[in-house]
Structures are given as C-alpha cells and as structure tokens.
Design a protein. Sequence first.
Length: 143
Amino acid sequence: MTAQQYLKLGNEKFEQGDYFNAIEMYDSALKLDPFLCDAHFSRGLSYYQLGKSDMAEVSLSKVIQLCPEWSNLAAAYAIRCMARANLGNRKGAMLDYQNAVSRNKDMANLIQSQTCVATSQTSVLASIYPARFAMIVERLTRA
C-alpha cells in the first residue's frame, strides 16, 4: 500500500471515531512518507481527541517543523495551542495562538477558552478543515 492509501484509511477510521486505529494507519503512512503533512496533522488530531495532549503536541510540532508552507498550518497551530494549554504550557500555547491567528483570524474562535465546543464555530471549523472539524464540533457539542 502507498502512504496516501494509509492516509485515506486513517481518515476513514478517524471519521468513525476509531482514533487508535487511525493513528496506526497514519503511522504506516509516515513510515512510507515522513513528510506527509496531512498524516502528521491527523495523527496529532487523533491523539488530541483521545486526550493525549502530549502526543498531540509532538505530532503537531512535527507538521509545523516539516511543512512551514502547508495550507492548513493555522489549524496545526490552533490544535497544538489547545494541547499545550491542556499540558499547562501557557507560554507555548500563547505563541501558538498568535501563530494560528496571524495565519487565519478565524482561529481565534476555535481556540477561545482552549475548547472548540461552541456551536457557532461549526461554520468556521468546516471552512478550515471541512469534514474533520465539523465532525469534532458536532461530537463535542453533544457531550
């Protein structure tokens, strides 16, 4: 299988809420293509969904380091901001907040209070990373 095929399988697992197996698929994709930005980001997002902010920070840091021109870099900074806030790294979270918002002003809404639970944010999230963020918001607002 190719890295893109593993990425696609990982995304399918993610959308099913199967974050553990999604991470395995993203890991397989990254073994074949260590510069696959979407896989680093999606793995970080999966870890964040599992409440593993430390692992989320590592994966998101990797995408930020390896893919400085990536189209969804603002989202990577935003999720890493929230992961760092969960870890008590307020300084790092604030730097990530500034980086996210400087790339996309709508990220301020996402990061507000280090959560993305407000129903009003669905349209903002959907425009940034359509299916994935919209699904996350929907799940979090049901909780």
